[in-house]
Design a protein around this ligand. Structure first.
Ligand code: SAM
Length: 284
């Protein structure tokens, strides 16, 4: 196996294949073994693993040692021949040259993993972190565990508690579907080339069913979005701007469920958003 965390090896391979790093594709390669092992451990690999953005295959190698099969999806066609070279010794890796956001993931899981529950592991390209995580979580596909390297500030937002500065609609979405946890913080110096900001390994344990029961999920997320839409405004004003319902009626309904109309959305937890959803389901 190639020592792909070694800067010298990365430089040698890059020069062998005439490869130059694309900033636009978020190509910052991990150069630290301990972080690599932490990602693999946190992924709790059972049998199948989906990797997003293998780069030269540094994480792919480690995943393939533990998994029955690894399917790795790389958008950059220049990397296909590099990966065929670095992963030549591994017979349980399938490389798909595609944009993860365009891939039919349901079909891939059915065809490559017999529809069984998989883990997702990735050092994500930063320009598209949140859309990828949202897509994975909302897909409701058989994914048990998502372990991803993301910008530290994104990880902070996903684990944030109500009332804190990082808490927002994305925190609610993550905490509705998963149990999010920061595994470790990773300084930018451990990447080649180093990105501008520090990173974090984030683990999202996908729950069998959402962490709170709501009768109308679409309405729940519409309320969450509205509550965070204007941070300086009260909950009442945010909801009144988003729904065609009179202020007095909204206010009465909030009071009825014990929520002050003058609170700010960022102080509300999952259960309060669920209560508002039930109170609103007859109104809108
Ligand atoms: N896994 C390697 C590592 O840990 O060193 C590389 C990680 S690098 C941060 C992100 C990788 O994702 C790059 O290889 C990049 O080409 C790839 N990538 C970027 N956008 C992608 C997309 N939409 N779909 C699939 N791969 C993508």
């Amino acid at each position: 196996m190639y020592e792909l965390t070694s800067v010298r090896t990365i430089k040698n391979i890059a020069s062998k294949f005439g490869f130059t790093f694309s900033k636009g594709l978020g190509q910052n390669f991990l150069t630290d073994k301990r972080v690599l092992y932490k990602i693999v451990k946190a992924a709790e690999i059972k049998s199948g693993v989906l990797e997003i953005g293998p780069g030269f295959g540094v994480l792919t190698q480690e995943l393939a040692l533990l998994a029955e099969k690894v399917v790795t999806v790389e958008i950059d066609s220049r990397l296909v021949s590099v990966l065929e070279y670095t992963l030549a010794d591994l017979n349980n890796v399938k490389i798909i040259n595609e944009d993860i956001m365009k891939l039919d993931l349901k079909k891939v899981i059915e065809e490559e993993f017999r529809g069984e529950k998989i883990s997702v592991a990735a050092n994500l390209p930063y320009y598209i972190t949140t859309p990828i995580i949202t897509m994975l979580i909302e897909s409701r596909l058989p994914i048990g565990n998502i372990v991803v390297m993301v910008q530290k500030e994104v990880a902070d937002r996903m684990v944030a508690a109500p009332g804190t500065k990082d808490y927002g609609a994305i925190s609610v979405m993550c905490q509705y579907y998963t149990k999010p946890e920061i595994v470790t913080i990773v300084p930018s110096s451990l990447f080649m080339p180093p990105p501008k900001v520090d990173s974090a390994v984030l683990r999202l344990k996908v729950c069998e069913k959402p962490n709170i029961e709501v009768s109308d999920e679409q309405l729940f997320f519409k309320i969450v979005k509205a509550a965070f839409s204007q941070r300086r405004k009260t909950l009442l004003n945010c909801l009144a701007s988003a729904f065609p319902v009179g202020k007095q009626e909204i206010s009465d309904n909030l009071v009825k469920i014990g929520i002050s109309p003058s609170v700010r959305g960022e102080t509300l937890g999952l259960s309060e958003f669920a209560s508002i959803t039930e109170a609103f389901s007859g109104l809108v």
